[in-house]
Each structure stands twice: as C-alpha cells, then as structure tokens.
Design a binder for this molecule. Structure first.
Ligand code: SF4
Ligand code: MG
Length: 336
C-alpha cells in the first residue's frame, strides 16, 4: 500500500537545567509514497524534534525517545545501531534544513560536496562522481551546471544554495525526504520555486515528502495532508483543503487568521496572543487553554483532549471542536 513511515505514539524528552522538557508527547502519523505531509506549528511545537527523532539525530541537548516507534518500511528505527542508522540516513530517508549556507562547507566547491555523496556511499571514482554531481545540479535546475560545478557556496544565491542542498539530499534516491523550513530564509518568489522543484522531484521519484513549516501559506499548494502541532502533540490532522476551508481546532484557526494577506502588505492580522508553553511546565488540561478564546472549565483540568476522528480523514484534539467544525469561519475571507 506504499506505506513508508509509520510513526506511532512517539514521546521525546530533553534534560534541561529547568528539568525535564516534554518535547513530543504521543505523536502518530503515517506517510505513503507520493504523499506530501505538512507539519505545521510555531517554533517550539515539536516539529523539528519529530524530524530529528525520525532521522536518529537527536543528541544535543541530551534528548531521549522515551516511548513509541518510528517504523520505516516495517522496521522500527528507534534504538537501531548507529552504523545501521547511518546507512538509513541519505539512502532511505534524507533531510534538508533551513540554512543552506551553514550546512554547506565553504571551502569545498559545491560539485565536490555533491560528488562526495557518490564517492562515500557508492564508492565511485572522482570522475564518475563529478559527472553525477553535474547531472544532479541539472536535475535541480541550476543553470550552467557544467560550468558552475567548481564554484563555491558563497558564489550562489540563497535559492540556488537550497537547490544544491536538495541535490545532495536526493543524491542517493531516498524514499522519504524531510524538509525542515526549507524556504524560510528565502523571499516569496524563490520559496514558490523551491516548492515547485520539490513537487517535481517527488513526481519523478515517488518519494514521500514531509514539509515542516510555521507558515501555512508556503505549503498550501503542495501538501496533501496537514498535521498541526502544539506543545509536542498533533492537535489537528486533515486533508489540506478541508483544513483551509474549515479548521476544527482553535489553534489552527488562529494560524490561518495570521497568514498575511496580499492586501495587507505582510502585516499579521490576529496573530495568536501569548506564547507556546514552556515544555518543562505544560499546563494541565488542554495545553492551548491559556491562549484559547473558546476555553471553558473542562479545558483547564485533567488530561489533554484526545485526538479523535470527527469526520472521515479528520482528527482533532479539542473539547469544543463542534463550535468550529462545519462553521467555515474563514470561507468568505478566503474567497476574496
Ligand atoms: Fe480551546 Fe478547550 Fe479546545 Fe483546548 S480544548 S483548544 S482550550 S476549546
Ligand atoms: Mg524548527
């Protein structure tokens, strides 16, 4: 059925000076071939930590997967030997990060760095590896790849550097690509071009794609499904269209309302007041209650509301989801 990743009830904790930070508190999702899942949330919501747990690169500050499974094609990656994980990374699951400049080595040409993937992982000789690097630079649509293969990272624009990172990530034909805020440092036009490129590469290779973002606007056109994270939990999961047209969780509604509109010149309207909770002291009840305009007494005590299926393909963790679901609160505004 094309199931690539099956993350089940993942828990991650960090030891900090303030005590135990509960960064991930029971996250579950699946990813299939050809599918694009966006994971959306503010910084500190646990999106990046989820990605790092999948990649097996959780180490600084001291972090631990305390429960749950990350099954890749049926094999649980949690606790796998680091030697095995090293071959999973890149070959099976690859990741790109926000900041291409600090991920690339300034003293080697980009072609050398891409070619290294083939020398190290495929045992290719220098000449063949460089030919592969050029092929990949063309595949990610870097103009003049043959001439630019010997250029250094600082000689490329931010968007071109991100393409180089993508080239390295797809070099070994991974089945899963995780992109953590891949376009945050880029301007809006370049963001769209990078998203188009990721979609195009996915169509060719049938990768499963996970896009981690704080900006719903960036992923709207490319994601199939969206998971919204808050305080280390998924609070809403839906098909992208359903989530946009009819958000069911108050936090999702807040994120949608804070997308800058073209006629507002980037001004953030109705940005959600307050801050995400300190993960060493997550409030009782629904973790979102201190910031939620729909909160009532039952939201302020007991366990967090469970992530329940409230309609086919839709899950939401909110005691009062029925006040939002079906109300199409944003419809008129979206249609303008
Ligand atoms: Fe708001 Fe209550 Fe729903 Fe939490 S459970 S999002 S506090 S209405
Ligand atoms: Mg992050």
């Amino acid at each position: 059925d094309g199931l690539l990743l099956d993350v089940e009830d993942l828990h991650v904790e960090f030891r900090t000076r303030d005590g135990l930070a509960r960064a991930i508190n029971g996250v579950s999702f699946e990813l299939r071939q050809d599918e694009t899942l966006a994971i959306l949330g503010e910084s500190g919501s646990g999106k990046s930590v989820t990605a790092q747990a999948i990649m097996g690169i959780l180490d600084t500050p001291p972090a631990f997967v305390t429960a749950g499974a990350v099954r890749y094609c049926g094999t649980d990656l949690i606790g796998l030997d680091e030697k095995v994980m090293r071959s999973v990374r890149g070959d099976e699951i690859a990741m790109i990060f926000q900041d291409a400049l600090s991920s690339l080595n300034p003293v080697f040409s980009v072609g050398w760095q891409i070619a290294e993937m083939f020398r190290v992982h495929r045992g290719m000789n220098r000449r063949d590896a460089e030919a592969e690097a050029i092929r990949l630079m063309e595949r990610v649509r870097i103009p003049g790849a043959r001439e630019r293969v010997h250029n250094y990272p600082h000689q490329f624009s931010g968007g071109m550097r991100q393409r180089i990172m993508i080239a390295m990530a797809i070099a070994l034909d991974p089945k899963v690509l995780i992109a953590d805020e891949p376009t945050t440092a880029l301007d809006v036009t370049v963001q769209a071009q990078i998203m188009d490129l990721l979609k195009e590469l996915q169509a060719d290779s049938h990768m499963g794609l996970i896009l981690i973002t704080h900006d719903l606007g960036v992923v709207a056109d490319v994601a199939d499904r969206i998971g919204v994270m808050y305080a280390g939990r998924l609070v809403e999961k839906a098909d992208v269209f359903d989530l946009y047209a009819d958000p069911a969780h108050p936090y999702t509604l807040g994120l949608l309302e804070s997308i800058p509109r073209l006629d507002q010149q980037g001004e953030r309207l109705n940005a959600i007041g307050g801050l995400p909770p300190n993960l060493t002291r997550i409030p009782a009840g629904c973790p979102f209650h201190p910031r939620c305009r729909f909160a009532t007494d039952i939201c302020r005590a007991g366990d967090p509301p469970p992530l329940l299926e409230v309609a086919p393909g839709r899950r939401v963790a909110c005691h009062h989801y029925d006040q939002l679901l079906g109300q199409h609160l944003l419809e008129t505004e979206r249609e303008r």
